[in-house]
Write a protein that binds this ligand. Structure first.
Ligand code: MTE
Length: 321
């Protein structure tokens, strides 16, 4: 007898099926109306919380008009901040309340590995040194939903410069905090905590690679990965690691969290490509978060001009998974 058991990291079908098909729309709308008030109160509470962030006075920052999205509307803050992937706080989307348990001060980021000198930087010291700006980016999750958000932060290239990598440094390995006492998802021992992601130095110094410290004109709310997360919009969303505590420069390609769990489905490169399906669903289109609309997915999520050159001559690599 074959027993087919769903492994914990396998996504429920509702995450890859248009919501309008999965749910009866009428009961979905009635449910929304009923929860509207509670949701509104929750958002207000979380916004109030963000104002206590010691970096609050830095925002809003000046928008960089070189990074706009013209082909779809901005996702409403109330939607983007209540539908999150942050497995440290649960393997579902409604983790915003649980994420408030994360203490984000004091917060330091350790930079080590192939650098002239390892250093540990306090987040507020880092914010004071970096040129903060706002950029509007598309975000495409591997689960076939997408959003458009205004990130505030600074180019990752600036942090690379500050780190003074040696000539042996070929990759950056990013690591999220590890504290199962506040993040109950980290008690689930089948996941290889802490969450890890990686980029090549060329990717990290590309103009688009961004360290987000804020969103919607405020410091990052905790569910978005406060106080520091990556935003690499030409790649599937799982590459955009949240709540970073360590960045190591390495000569070997790091193995990322999802790659370690299921490398055939979540590879190192993970560049968005509508023509390369996930092993269990199509990547040809995506659901715009907060709407019933589907859009055709764009190669490199619409950032081909900025990043395609990074992958020239790499035909042997599985660049899109
Ligand atoms: N970073 C950490 N540390 N833990 C996570 O579970 N999820 C990833 C990414 N970064 C994740 C993470 C995935 S799958 C996505 S789609 C995005 O965060 C979601 O970002 P959002 O919640 O801001 O939309």
């Amino acid at each position: 007898m074959t027993i087919f058991q769903k492994r914990p990291w396998e996504l429920p079908e509702r995450d890859v099926t248009p919501e309008a098909v999965f749910l009866n729309r009428r009961s979905f709308m009635t449910g929304l109306l009923a929860t509207g008030t509670a949701l509104g109160a929750g958002i207000a509470a979380r916004s109030a919380f963000a104002e206590e962030d010691p970096s609050a006075q830095l925002y809003p920052v000046k928008r960089n008009d070189g990074f706009q999205v013209d082909d779809r509307p901005m996702t409403e803050e109330g939607i983007a901040s209540t539908y999150n992937n942050f497995y440290e706080f649960g393997s579902h989307k409604q983790i915003a309340d649980a994420a408030q348990a994360l203490s984000i001060r004091p917060w330091t980021v350790t930079i080590d590995g192939e650098v002239e000198e390892a250093q540990t930087i306090d987040i507020d010291g880092l914010l004071a040194k970096m040129p903060l700006e706002e950029r509007i980016y598309r975000h495409r999750c591997v689960e076939a939903w997408s959003m458009v958000v205004p990130w505030s932060g600074f180019p990752l290239a600036e942090l690379v410069k500050l780190s003074k990598p040696t000539s042996k440094a070929k990759y950056l390995r990013f690591e999220t905090f590890h504290n199962p006492k506040v993040a109950s998802g980290q008690k689930q021992s089948w996941y290889p905590w802490p969450y890890v992601e990686g980029l090549t130095i060329e990717e990290a110094t590309n103009d688009l690679a961004f360290m987000a410290t804020g969103v919607y004109g405020k410091p990052l709310a905790k569910q978005f990965g406060a106080p520091l997360r990556l935003a690499v919009p030409w790649k599937y969303g799982f590459k955009s690691i949240k709540s970073i505590v360590r960045i190591s420069f390495t000569s070997e390609r790091p193995v990322s969290f999802w790659e370690e769990i299921q490398g055939k489905e979540y590879g190192f490169w993970a560049n968005v490509n509508p023509s390369v399906p996930h092993r269990r669903w199509s990547q040809a289109s995506e659901r715009l978060l907060g709407t019933d609309l589907r859009r055709n997915t764009l190669l490199f999520n619409g950032y081909e001009e900025q990043v395609a050159h990074l992958y020239k001559g790499m035909e042997g690599e599985l660049l899109y998974m």
